[in-house]
Design a protein around this ligand. Structure first.
Ligand SMILES: Cc1ncc(COP(=O)(O)O)c(C=O)c1O
Length: 452
């Protein structure tokens, strides 16, 4: 009988994160100060984030040990299962083998606590009392609320107003774990007040919420630090626990992945599953493809510009070398809120620029059809973000069928969608449409990306 899922014993949970920068033929360019254009140092970053995280951000060490305290909390849900999607394979009548890594089993429902826990831990060790952060769809805010609780930290989450209104359950999860959650723009920060001054009904954006959270942290340097849920190198580093586990589990399944797929907001779950497999390509010459999937409506990797851009709207973050649509790009209101971000992290951007990974985009209706098929064949209702990876796994499986060839596909199921049922309701009612920004729309903010 074929095994359905591959469970790694707790004793074999990886004890180090993988830093792909050590193996990249061209490491990403440095971050720059947006005002002076000087290279950003660990000391600069320490004003914003915990010192150890600042060190990890610029580190070139290949492996970084996972502290025992972090491993203890990971063990609440890790190792996460690797599952063979036999139901989906059957429905597609494909010769391809499809596997997925189920990161939806965390208490929060996604991969986000893989980084929230170490971020809370290093801040706690440093004596920080309060964390500030932003959240779009609410997954990251809930993850930091959950992680902060373990170390007795106060957590202030600036949640994009449109999601704050649409997703009361995410907000309630944050409250349950003891965090404060503010509808951004707020009148607590200069960035928020300026936005409200321009438009009192402003629905907010992720870039604006980041500005608010950073500003709030910088205002209380003695007690407070900022945390980010994606984009930055240390966040992707922490997520590599996913790929490290998956490598061991694919061995248990006696299978070798030909193609590894993940959706991309800022790039953390994609990097998390992809980087340890890329190590095999970079260091052992293995033939495999790593495919990043983004929404057609926010196509930074497939239609963006490779250069420098800021990560927020007010310029509190460093200039980051990345594929970006320009920091004022306003993605349309697709349900995959976690993928509505203008740029991708610097490592992913450099890897794409160097042809070491691929990128593709999918429209909202195709992703939701994929989500429904997955729910009906595998039982799990996926997060709207994760349906992007499923849609491309399906494309790959159907192509294998057309070519009459075997192919082993692995994708990251970054989260479950039980709290995103509104998206499913809208899809089932036939109300969802695709949004394809025109070249003119893309050009409008592309000039904000500074070419190096
Ligand atoms: C379930 C889920 N998947 C994916 C993402 C995208 O983020 P990242 O690219 O950092 O993995 C998010 C972001 O909120 C998310 O909630």
């Amino acid at each position: 009988m074929k095994s359905k899922k591959f469970i790694l014993p707790e004793t074999l949970m990886p004890t180090a994160w993988y830093n792909i920068v050590a193996d990249m033929p061209t490491p990403p360019r440095p971050y720059l100060d947006p005002r002076t254009r000087a290279e950003v140092t660990v000391a600069d970053l320490e004003r914003l984030i915990a010192s150890e995280l600042a060190r990890q951000e610029l580190s070139r060490e290949r492996y970084i040990e996972i502290p025992e305290e972090v491993q203890q909390i990971y063990r609440i849900w890790r190792p996460a299962p690797l599952v063979r999607a036999t139901g989906l394979e059957k429905a597609l009548d494909t010769p391809a083998k499809i596997f997925f890594k189920n990161e939806g089993v965390s208490p929060v429902g996604s991969h986000k606590p893989n980084s929230a826990v170490p971020q809370a831990y290093y801040n706690f060790k440093q004596g920080v009392k309060r964390l500030t952060t932003e959240t779009g769809a609410g997954q990251w805010g809930s993850a930091l609320a959950f992680a902060g609780r373990h170390f007795g930290l106060d957590v202030d989450v600036y949640m994009v107003r449109v999601s704050y209104d649409q997703k009361p359950y995410r907000r309630l999860m944050m409250h349950t774990w003891g965090a404060s959650c503010y509808s951004s723009p707020t009148d607590r920060t200069a960035s928020g007040r300026a936005a409200l001054g321009r438009d009192p009904h402003c629905m907010g954006s992720l870039g604006l919420a980041i500005s608010e959270a950073v500003e709030a942290a910088l205002a209380e340097p003695e007690t407070t630090r900022y945390c980010l849920g994606s984009v930055m190198n240390h966040v992707l580093l922490h997520q590599t626990i996913t790929g490290e586990e998956a490598i061991r589990q694919m061995e248990m399944a006696e299978a070798e992945a030909d193609v590894i797929i993940g959706c991309v907001g800022g790039g953390s779950n994609f990097g998390g599953i992809g980087f340890p497999f890329l190590r095999k390509k970079l260091c052992e010459g293995k033939q495999l493809r790593v495919v990043a999937v983004e929404p057609e409506s926010c196509p930074k990797l497939t239609r963006g510009t490779f250069g420098y851009d800021i990560g927020d709207v007010s310029g509190y973050t460093p200039l980051i070398p990345m594929y970006s649509l320009g920091h004022d790009f306003q993605p349309s209101a697709i349900h995959a809120g976690g993928l509505r971000y203008h740029g991708a992290g610097s490592i992913i951007s450099q890897l794409l620029h160097d042809g070491l990974i691929e990128a593709t985009s999918v429209g909202q209706t195709e992703t939701m059809r994929a989500g429904i098929l997955f729910a009906r064949t595998e039982g799990i209702i996926p997060a709207p973000e994760s349906t992007h990876a499923i849609a491309v796994a399906i494309r790959e499986a159907l192509q294998a069928k057309e070519e009459g060839r075997e192919r082993t596909i692995l994708f990251n199921l970054s989260g479950h969608g039980t709290i995103d049922l509104y998206a499913y309701e809208q899809h089932l009612a036939g109300n969802l449409v695709d949004y394809l920004p025109s070249d003119e729309e893309i050009a409008r903010t592309a000039s904000q990306v500074i070419r190096p």
